[in-house]
Write a protein that binds this ligand. Structure first.
Ligand code: DC
Length: 237
C-alpha cells in the first residue's frame, strides 16, 4: 500500500530541526514541503522594504496595507522549496538578521496570521504535503492526518544553532544563542493568537540524542504503522 495524499503537520520549538526533518521526509517519501515560517519572514521583509517596519517599530496599519497584494509564493527548484516575492527569490534575504529580529512580533499580529493561513491552505490543495511551523497541527490544519511535535534539550538546540551561526561566520556566544532561543520560545508559546503548543494527537519526536537518519527511520515506522505500509522504501539518507 502506498502513502495516501495526506497532510503532515510538523510543529515544535525553535531550532529543533523542524525544517531539516521536514525537507528530508519530503524528499524520501515524495511530499511537497512548505515552510510556514518563511511566509511570516516574507511579510516581514516586505514590511521593512515598504517602511512599515522601521527603527524598532512596526506600524501595524501600514503593514496591513502592504500585505494583501503581496505575491508571496513558493517555487520548487533544485530539489527544494524557495520563497518568491513576484519573480524575486527572497530565500536568502528572509533568513537575514533584520528579518529575524522582527518576525516574531509580526507573526503575533492576528490579521497577518489570517492572511498567511489563507495562503497556506491555497498552496496545500491536492497531493501529499508536509508543512512545518508552530501552529500547523493546532490551527492551520487541525485535521492533518499525521502530527509531529518536535522537541530537544535546550542546551543541545543552542549548541546546534551556535555551530550553524559560527559556520556562517556570525559573531555570537553560546549564552546569547541560548537566551535568544528561550526568548523566542517564550514569545511563540505565550502570544494570544495561535500560540505554539503540542496538539493532543501529535506524536512527540525528541531528537536530543538522535541522528537525522534515526529521525527518518522513526518516521518510516510511524508511516508503516499508520498506513499499513508493508515494505520499506530504501532510504537514501
Ligand atoms: O520557523 P521560523 O524561525 O522560520 O519562523 C519564523 C517566525 O515565525 C517565528 O518567530 C515563529 C513564527 N511562526 C509562527 O508564528 N507560526 C508558524 N506556523 C510558523 C512560524
Amino acid at each position: 500500500m502506498a502513502i495516501p495524499d495526506i497532510i503532515i503537520a510538523v510543529d515544535g520549538f525553535s531550532s529543533t530541526g523542524k525544517s531539516t526533518f521536514a525537507k528530508l521526509i519530503a524528499a524520501e517519501f515524495a511530499f511537497l514541503y512548505l515552510d510556514s515560517g518563511a511566509m511570516y519572514r516574507g511579510v516581514t521583509l516586505a514590511g521593512l522594504e515598504a517602511g512599515a517596519i522601521a527603527d524598532g517599530k512596526i506600524d501595524e496599519a501600514a503593514l496591513l496595507e502592504v500585505m494583501p497584494p503581496l505575491d508571496l509564493h513558493f517555487r520548487h527548484e533544485d530539489g527544494t522549496t524557495k520563497l518568491y516575492l513576484g519573480d524575486r527569490c527572497i530565500e536568502g534575504e528572509i533568513r537575514g538578521w533584520e528579518v529575524s529580529q522582527y518576525v516574531s512580533p509580526v507573526s503575533a499580529i492576528p490579521p497577518v496570521r489570517a492572511w498567511v493561513d489563507d495562503r497556506l491552505h491555497q498552496f496545500s490543495k491536492g497531493g501529499r504535503v508536509i508543512m512545518d511551523g508552530r501552529d500547523i497541527g493546532t490551527t492551520v490544519f487541525p485535521d492533518a492526518q499525521l502530527k509531529i511535535f518536535m522537541t530537544a534539550d535546550e542546551n543541545v538546540r543552542a549548541q546546534r544553532r551556535y555551530d550553524e551561526l559560527a559556520a556562517k561566520g556570525e559573531n555570537t556566544t553560546l549564552e546569547e544563542v541560548l537566551q535568544n532561543l528561550r526568548d523566542r520560545d517564550y514569545r511563540d508559546s505565550h502570544r494570544e493568537t495561535s500560540p505554539l503548543r503540542q496538539a493532543e494527537d501529535a506524536y512527540v519526536l525528541d531528537n536530543t540524542h538522535m541522528t537525522l537518519h534515526e529521525e527518518v527511520v522513526w518516521m518510516l515506522g510511524l508511516l508503516q504503522g499508520k498506513f499499513g505500509l508493508k515494505e520499506s522504501p530504501g532510504l537514501s539518507c
